[in-house]
Ligand binder design. Structure first.
Ligand code: PEP
Ligand code: MN
Length: 351
């Protein structure tokens, strides 16, 4: 249920509505738009007295949110959300609204030297957030599983040195505390999109979250997963379309371009695309990245490796640094058409 406040409603009226919602055993979530404040009353169905809330001072109207996800819906928050990643030792990178962002780096952090080399390449090409897996969700238990905490340390040092926030995957609730100490953005992988305990746990932190779409999840399922994070108070969530399973086997997954306008219409959350895991092959990555931006995405996450034949994970889909640089130039042109702008790494200021 959302309580739309009158434009002139004083803070005291807002506080009163919040107090009444909490008294009824629900949680109040504030959304301050450009013109008005909207208060989401989220709790078990049937526990909120709508007429009582409608009669309070400063309340314009009370309307039910029809979508099953509430805080993630456009009904709750009309404007595009802008998520901030970083701060502290590294600049803040904004994603959403007119702010496009590029997250780039290796699939997995194999060693410190390769990370530093790739990070310099992607920063020079225009990436503003560094990606790299320390804990890898591999299909086979015998495949390389990541370098763990050592990789987190290398990522942190490299991000701090180059002035780039870092993004790394968390696979289990038991890893949240450790990874939170190092990262600026948690990545929830496609295979964990419906790991509800994990979603709640990162929702309790105040670090940004990148939520990949599950391999066989509908847009609705995906937004309900986002709702788990938001419901814990963490509003810094970015969606990521990374391709879904279809009968088509010429690519690794089918990137669902239509999910971008659909998610944009249903939700205020920013959405980026991951052309690397969708394609599975570097030849197709630039076209998918450009298509995603043209469809309205707020940026990309892409895998880059200077020596892909030696990569321990996802080498065939890693872009070479030169191709990544060319792609960024093309992406900037598409972004100009969709009224978005990629920040230049050098332009970013520390918070
Ligand atoms: C990754 O980003 O390296 C990854 C494993 O992604 P996904 O969860 O989308 O497969
Ligand atoms: Mn990968």
């Amino acid at each position: 249920m959302i309580i739309v406040m009158e434009q002139s409603a004083p803070q005291a009226a807002i506080d009163r509505v919040v107090a009444e919602i909490e008294r009824m055993g629900s949680h109040a979530h504030l959304s301050r738009g450009n013109y008005r404040t909207v208060i989401g009353a989220i709790g078990e169905e049937g526990t909120i007295d709508q007429n009582h809330l409608a009669a309070l001072d400063g309340v314009e109207k009370v309307v039910p949110i029809m979508k099953p996800y509430k805080l993630a819906s456009r009904e709750f928050h009309e404007d595009d959300s802008i998520v901030e990643v970083g701060g502290g030792n590294v600049p803040v990178v904004k994603i959403g609204g007119s702010h496009a962002a590029c997250i780039a780096g290796p699939c997995a952090v194999e060693n410190e030297k390769m990370l530093n080399t790739i990070a310099r390449h992607v920063r020079a090409g225009g990436a503003t957030i560094l990606r790299g897996g320390a804990f890898k969700p591999r299909t086979s238990p015998y495949s390389f599983q990541g370098q763990g905490e050592a990789a987190l340390k290398w990522m942190r040092a490299c991000g701090d040195e180059l002035g780039m926030p870092i993004c790394t995957e968390v696979m289990d609730t038991r890893q949240v505390e450790l990874i939170e100490r190092y990262t600026d953005m948690f990545q929830i992988g496609a295979r964990n999109m419906q790991n509800f305990d994990l979603l709640r746990e990162v929702g309790k932190t105040r670090k940004a979250v990148l939520l990949k779409r599950g391999l066989a999840a509908s847009v609705k399922d995906w937004l309900l997963s986002a709702e788990y994070v938001l419901s814990q108070g963490n509003r810094s969530l970015v969606l990521c379309e990374r391709g879904i399973k279809t009968f088509e086997d010429s690519v690794r997954y089918s990137m669902d371009i239509s999910s971008i306008p659909v998610a944009k219409q249903w939700s205020h959350l920013p959405i980026i695309v991951d052309p690397s895991h969708a394609a599975g092959k570097r030849d197709y990555v630039p076209a998918l990245a450009l298509a995603g931006m043209a469809a309205g995405a707020d940026g990309i996450i892409v895998e880059v490796h200077h020596c892909p034949s030696e990569a321990q994970c996802d080498g065939p889909q890693a872009l070479l640094p030169e191709t990544f640089h060319e792609l960024m130039q093309q992406l900037r042109q598409i972004a100009a058409i969709t009224k978005k702008e990629f920040a230049e790494a050098g332009e970013m200021v520390r918070a």
